[in-house]
Write a new protein. Sequence first.
Length: 288
Amino acid sequence: MKETLINNIESISSFGAIILVTIIIALITNKFFKRLIAKSTEELQNDPTNYVFLRRVIISLIYIIGFSIAIYIMPSLRALAKSLLAGAGILAVAVGFASQHALSNIISGVFIIIFKPFRINDRIRLRELNGVIEDVTLRHTVIRDFENRRIIIPNSLISGEIITNSNFGEDSICKFIEIGIGYSSDITRAKEIVREEILNHPLHVDLRTEKQIQDGEILAPVRVMRLAESAVILRGWAWTRGAKDAFELECDLLESIKSRFDKEDIEIPFPHRTLIHKNLLSEQDDNE
């Protein structure tokens, strides 16, 4: 009896020690990867997506292996584990049906890491959603929108969507600056104003190649795009180095172009409506 009690105490102590060591190893591994990710992102300017995904996989494996060893050491739990393994076939079928969606997310997450349609810190647009990729886990992708909210999307869902990635390949962006002027306004002068404002903006960059410069390609051209119902639509081509600069540039240019148009009497048309009051017409008819 005393020997059995001692054995039980030793098993429980070993079980607790293994669990504790597993947690400590997982915490150390997590801390190591966080430092590696920070150093890789800030100092080396590398893509941290692989490190983030690998961190989660390794930590998951550490917990699985540690808990498995702890269960094997406990005689009572070992017997339970053998009983579960005896019915592993039926259990595998049940778990397979229950976890189809979870497995789909994991496989999709692996494909995202391998093929990299997006990476951490990329700016993407998904349907009506705009934001920055913040994390890619085994199950889901976390997107931080521009209101600092987190949107969590299962990997199987996001991998099947059409995504606009502003940082995929080349980061530079051509921003269309469109504005309408009245039909009676001076089109030539309006185009000159739009081009001047684009060229004077500090975020606008000249990305023309030497050949394009030699061929006389114009920097920041402005053209008439269409004749709308009540306005002539002008479009200016403005290049920036990234999505963030493109957003700021567009906002600034719309404001500065509006101010220049007001000073030089170039009309920006807006809709006019004529309202007819039926009761008033009836009273006029009665008076007649």
